[in-house]
Design a protein around this ligand. Structure first.
Ligand code: NAD
Length: 297
């Protein structure tokens, strides 16, 4: 049994921490929202992030953005001052590579190994323990983390050194945003021309337009049982978080001088959608409402 500290118990972190506890590890959890701390089955609640970090073998964070991660580790009373030098740190948040490298370097100065390990697979993957981990950092540290990745996920990729996991994740999410907006656009076009969205989805799934959004994350309400679209776009992967990730893609592209016209357009679409009708707190597949404004969902 390994002692694990886990901070950030939102849509993703809560079920990931629960899976570690279910596998028999001693998991100590913390979030700024007290109800979330009490809600992780099999885990014990910590009184602060520092408390969750003290004396553990492995420390995992799953926070929204870079500023939260930097604050958690390096801010006032940051956990960097409470982690033991033999603790393995795994940050699963999707954040900018520069912050990820900065935190890894500050921890390395204390002899602490850190991995950036953003995930793909959504809340269903977090609940089912089938996430894909995209890992940046030394190979040896990845091997130390492997048993825990295998509990929370099904696929583990080593993208390269510190920050590489974040770059791969940003590329993936830029493509996901483009696919989701394109899928919603095609579905709206079909429905507005008299097609049933379920029939059209099935046709496109089996045709050359088939993609992950159609297969497992259909944005049209009522087409796929259990999808965010079929529960009023509640929970899931928030539009605000997708806008954040597209901003990271734009920053990365500026840094390397890449033209990303499709990504730029997707960022504008999700930004406009998020600013309207409180859609920022809805699942990102609610972009369907931008194309199909009469939808109830
Ligand atoms: P979320 O907003 O549901 O959860 C984040 C949690 O972090 C919240 O409960 C918040 O209270 C907590 N938090 C913030 N600052 C904190 C601090 N200083 N100390 C303790 N707790 C703090 O977000 P989520 O959907 O769980 O996403 C987390 C990360 O995973 C994001 O970077 C997101 O981009 C990424 N991600 C999300 C999904 C998804 O489908 N939701 C999929 C892949 C990756």
């Amino acid at each position: 049994m390994t002692s694990i500290g886990f901070v950030g118990l939102g849509n993703m972190g809560g079920p990931m921490a629960a899976n570690l506890a279910k596998a028999g590890h001693d998991v100590r959890v913390f979030d700024l929202v007290p109800e979330l701390v009490a809600g992780v089955e099999g885990a014990s609640g910590a009184s602060s992030a520092a408390d969750a970090a003290s004396g553990v073998d492995v420390f995992v964070s799953m926070l929204p953005a870079g500023r939260h991660v930097e604050g958690l580790y390096l801010g006032e009373n940051g956990v960097a001052g409470h982690l033991g030098s033999d603790t393995l740190v795994i940050d699963c948040s999707t954040i900018d590579p520069a912050t990820s490298r900065k935190v890894a370097s500050a921890l390395a100065d204390k002899g602490i190994d850190m991995l950036d390990a953003p995930v793909s697979g959504g809340t269903a993957g977090a609940q089912g323990g089938t996430l894909t981990f995209i890992v940046g950092g030394p190979e040896a540290a990845l091997e130390r983390g492997r048993p825990f990745f295998e509990i929370m996920g099904a696929n583990i990729y080593h993208a390269g050194d510190h920050g590489a996991g974040q770059i791969a994740k940003v590329c993936n999410n830029m493509l996901l945003a483009i696919c989701m907006a394109g899928t919603a656009e095609a579905l709206a076009l079909g429905v507005d021309n008299g097609l049933d969205p379920a029939v059209l989805s099935e046709i496109m799934k089996q045709s050359s337009g088939g993609n992950w959004c159609l297969n497992v994350y259909n944005p049209y309400p009522g087409v796929q049982e259990g999808s965010a679209a079929s529960r009023g776009y509640e929970g899931g992967f928030l539009t605000d978080l997708m806008v954040k990730d597209l901003g990271l893609a734009m920053e990365t592209a500026l840094g390397s001088g890449n033209a990303v016209p499709m990504g730029g357009l997707a960022r504008s679409l999700f930004q406009a959608h998020g600013s309207a009708n409180g859609a920022g707190r809805l699942d990102f597949s609610s972009i369907q409402k931008l194309y199909s404004p009469d939808l109830d969902g």
